[in-house]
Design a protein around this ligand. Structure first.
Ligand code: BT5
Length: 262
């Protein structure tokens, strides 16, 4: 397999904030769990936690994230100092960064699916979980990429079909190159979010990579489910869905399944 080490990932890494401090672990329950603890105890913004394997990887809404060796499982500590309503934009920006990094380092045509999955060949290769501290004093963004994870280890009964980059590329993918590119793209996207007009630019980039907009979708929220056409994301990162009757529903949190473009 590829030679995935801390030294090779950090050597002359050209980043402003994200990845300045990088903690490497062989096995952790969850990189988000450790990063949240570090954030709570004062670790600086930009600290990154990487594990080669997670024994209790987490998805959204208490779900499990399968994370055997061969993947990229990392979490980033951010201290954005802006309103909580912007937190969903950070996760959207992270999905854009992940899709770009995959495109740059593998040539695979990665796209994004609302809220913040990355798809390759229509299947989920990346999951993102943003968790926020009290008063949004910190945000931990966890990114999981199925890189060289054998197909047999990925969940077969996933809510959305799962894939790995190696499966799509037809050969193993260099995790060092991909992690370095990802940290660089995250660094750029996060810097952009903090500038005037940065949020609009992130949304523009997200729309450009989107595999959700224009499609008929099924939305499962906390208390309800409905179908309609996904027409846009608004300035808070909410998905706008036009119902058959014409009314527009604004979805801030939920799961989306694409039904096709009929
Ligand atoms: C996510 O949740 O997609 C967020 C996943 C975030 C994982 C990263 S890894 C580093 C950091 N540390 C953590 O502990 N977590 C973060 P969600 O949209 O809820 O998707 C979870 C669902 O996807 C599960 O219920 C399964 O159906 C499916 N699933 C589980 N493992 C998967 C995998 N490796 N690839 C694709 N689908 C998976």
């Amino acid at each position: 397999m590829d030679d995935y080490t801390r030294e090779r990932v950090t050597e002359n890494l050209d980043v402003r904030v994200i990845g300045r401090d990088l903690r490497w672990h062989d096995t952790l329950p969850s990189t988000n769990g450790l990063a949240m603890h570090l954030a709570e105890t004062g670790a600086p913004e930009g600290t990154v936690v990487i594990a080669e394997e997670q024994s209790a990887g987490r998805g959204r809404r208490g779900r499990e994230w399968v994370s055997p060796r061969g993947g990229i499982w990392l979490s980033v500590i951010l201290r954005p100092g802006f309103e909580t309503s912007h937190v969903p934009l950070i996760a959207l920006a992270a999905s854009v960064a992940a899709a770009r990094a995959i495109r740059e380092s593998t040539g695979l045509q990665a796209g994004v699916k609302w809220p913040n999955d990355v798809l390759v060949g229509g299947a989920k290769a990346v999951g993102i979980l943003a968790e926020t501290g009290p008063g949004a004093a910190w945000v931990v963004v966890g990114i999981g990429i199925n890189v060289n994870v054998p197909r047999a280890l990925l969940p077969a009964d996933a809510r959305y079909p799962a894939t790995s980059l190696a499966e799509r590329a037809g050969s193993p993918v260099d995790r060092v190159r991909l992690t370095r590119t990802l940290l660089g793209e995250l660094d750029k996207a996060y810097a952009m979010l903090g500038t005037e007009g940065g949020a609009a630019a992130v949304l523009r980039d997200w729309r450009g990579l989107s595999e959700t907009l224009g499609q008929m979708v099924r939305v499962e929220g906390d208390a309800c489910g409905f179908e309609g056409r996904a027409i846009d994301v608004d300035s808070d990162g909410a998905l706008l869905v036009r119902l058959p009757g014409g009314r527009i529903e604004r979805v801030l949190a939920g799961d989306v399944t694409v039904r096709g473009s009929e």
